[in-house]
Ligand binder design. Structure first.
Ligand SMILES: Cc1ncc(COP(=O)(O)O)c(C=O)c1O
Length: 416
């Protein structure tokens, strides 16, 4: 193929198998009817009729915006009220001790881009879990960094602290900064949630690893699915663990409006930095704002203003919390149906606690998914398993799915 791309860009291609499977499911549903197709690929909440859920309080806030609120340039860092609202919404009653500030980003993706770009050097390894959202690989690779993963869960299904420690210590032998992206709350793709004690353990390991003060650790809790991970204040308690850390440990929360505010396509989020050192937070804002100027410039005004209007009205916040709680419950019910039937069918799944996805560990995942597609079931094959979107499959369609999976696993000669 004749190519004019620069060497670092040659051969790259963003063909996303999730969107591809989703497109096939939509095309089939148009042909044979929506009720005949199970589409478990979508990472957005769909209601029981298969329609995209947009929270009512968000819909109302968006439709009431003035043209100026929609169209004006926002400040590069983000509107101050928006940033403060993100900090409040993210931490709830569990705001960690320390200096805290934020920069607006296009979703959680923007946070991850800037953290990789600004806190590691080209060629460095970035640490992630073996079960992870596929976009992490591209976000790290496209910045000319390298993916390093550790085994997230032990055999018993808990946070694998020894594997984490080993990887952290090994990476720090070769580089001055370590960046760890830890989607430990309602993990995509497994639905695992680290307990407060497990987050504490992770932080303690980092403290030990950089105790001599010569190296730095940047921990990035990816909290994309936070608002559907449990009771509002209970599920936020782990944030307290990030307070009072040594100044060579910076925590950057990857906060997004995509899921919690169902504003996926509005591309809005914030990177929220926590440090015991004032200068580290000043630098955090300075360098990330600079990178924003050099990439996407400023972010979406409409989404920021919609959030500002919701958060300035206690009634609207109450409505927001109620709507989220309702969908959290719905997703839990869907997951329970699948897990009960999977146990009956002898289909194993990675311990699910909350979130948009359940993972079925299996070999030959592509063949299993191909077989399921023949039965009009669309799931996402991963390297070590299959991802099932409990956020988008109705309770009715969830029934019998574990049975179909059991048959497809057998037909593909796959092992669990
Ligand atoms: C684990 C995880 N982190 C972050 C994101 C960020 O998404 P967005 O950039 O839409 O906020 C997603 C979206 O699917 C995700 O699954």
């Amino acid at each position: 193929m004749f190519s004019v791309a620069a060497p670092h860009a040659k051969g790259k291609c963003a063909e996303d198998n999730i969107f591809a499977a989703n497109n096939r499911a939509i095309a089939l549903a148009e042909k044979i009817g929506n009720d005949q197709v199970v589409n478990g690929t979508v990472g957005s909440i769909l209601d029981e009729d298969g329609n995209l859920v947009v929270l009512d309080v968000v819909k109302e806030a968006l439709t009431k915006l003035s043209p100026k609120e929609i169209c004006a340039y926002a400040p590069i860092q983000g509107y101050r009220k928006f940033l403060d609202d993100c900090i409040d919404q993210c931490f709830g009653e569990s705001r960690p001790e320390g200096y805290i500030d934020a920069c607006s980003t296009p979703g959680g993706t923007g946070v991850l881009h800037h953290v990789v770009h600004n806190y590691t050097e080209p060629g460095d390894e970035v640490l992630i879990t073996d079960w992870h959202w596929g976009a992490y690989d591209s976000l790290i690779d496209d910045n000319n960094r390298r993916v390093r993963s550790f085994s997230f869960l032990t055999e018993e299904g808990h946070f694998n602290a020894p594997a984490f420690k080993e990887a952290v210590e090994d990476i720090l032998k070769n580089q001055d900064n370590i960046v760890i992206i830890l989607n430990g709350i309602a993990n995509n793709p497994t639905g695992y949630c680290m307990s407060v004690a497990e987050w504490q353990k992770a932080v303690d390991i980092l403290k030990d690893a950089v105790a001599d003060g010569r190296k730095n650790a940047i921990l990035v809790p990816d909290v994309a699915y936070l608002d559907y991970s449990g009771e509002k204040q209970e599920c936020r308690k782990f944030f307290k663990v990030f307070g009072g850390l040594p100044k060579n440990i910076l925590v950057v929360c990857a906060y997004t409006l995509s899921k919690g505010f169902t504003m996926y396509g509005q591309r809005m989020g914030a990177m929220i930095g926590i440090s015991s050192d004032k200068d580290v937070i000043k630098e955090f804002v300075d360098i990330n704002q600079y990178s924003s100027r050099a990439t996407w410039s400023n972010c979406n005004s409409a989404a920021q203003n919609a959030m500002i209007h919701i958060c300035e009205d206690p009634d609207k916040i109450r409505q927001l919390d109620e709507e989220r709680a309702r969908y959290f419950k719905l997703i839990q019910e869907r997951a329970s149906i699948f897990m009960k039937e999977a146990r009956e069918e002898g289909v194993k799944f990675v311990p699910y606690i909350s979130g948009f996805f359940i993972t079925i560990p299996v070999t030959n995942s592509q063949a299993v998914c191909d077989d399921l597609e023949k039965q009009h079931v669309f799931l996402v094959p991963l390297k070590k398993g299959i991802r099932l979107a409990v956020c988008s499959i109705s309770r009715e369609k969830m029934k019998g799915l574990a049975h179909k999976l059991a048959l497809a696993i057998k037909a593909a000669g796959a092992r669990q």
